[in-house]
Design a protein around this ligand. Sequence first.
Ligand code: CP
Length: 302
Amino acid sequence: MKDLVGIKEISRQEIEEILNTARAFKEVLTRDIKKVPTLRGKTAINLFFEPSTRTRTSFELAEKRLSLDVLNFSVSTSSVVKGETLYDTLKTIESYNVDYIVIRHSASGAAKFVADNTPACVINAGDGTNEHPTQALLDAFSIVEVKGKLDGLKIAIVGDIIHSRVARSNLYLLSKFDTEITFVGPPTLLPSDVPSNVSISYDLKKGIKDADVVMLLRIQLERQKGAFIPSLKEYFHVWGLKGDAFSYLKKDAIVMHPGPMNRGVEISSEIADSPRSIILRQVTNGIATRMAVIYLLTRREV
Ligand code: CP
């Protein structure tokens, strides 16, 4: 593959190869010297048109651990604010003969547009409401670390599914394995075109009580055009995962959140900071997973 634009386009076998490679890189990250010379002499640029903490920092660390030269492109101090287009920004960057472009953009399809217009390897770090493939891969890696497998698991995805690229990438990934997926949330935040392999629950307790994995999602106010929920306070009251869930969740169920999480909206501190939560493990695994993706891509020769 030259690019990783979405999980939709890749096979179960390719996903397993990425997870196995990430496992090897995770071992590298436990060493005193957490760096390999694998991609020395090559260059990566991180092109973030939207804010990010986890994805941006873990891509940068992954690139540095692989000995890449790294450029971080800051939109707010670039000529984008003077009206330069995505295409012209891309062509400018390409003139430096970069090998990898990591892009986050508010427009669905932006990563594919960039991938189609450059010989460099392009990795989608989140495009609008479309996909966030490396998040789904690090989520899968984290689940396998804790549960030992994906096949046979019941996974509940809870919250603002309609606006979530994380939910879409996880749906595509988990559907390539033998998983039982349930979307849980208020009707206004669930998509109308739910695939036939996915169950729906409008009741938090019923939707998650049998789950092995509970994936919470951020309420994406910045993408909501209209009133999807009465208020954040009411959302927390009805849909937020709170301490009472300990009484009905399966004893070995794990709780995930891609971040940034809103405490007191999607999740209480009691749950977020409990041993059930693997939220910080997800963050840690972002580095090895992204190292694996970068390592496995191959630039098109021109
Ligand atoms: N999960 C995720 O994409 O977080 P950031 O927006 O902080 O990168």
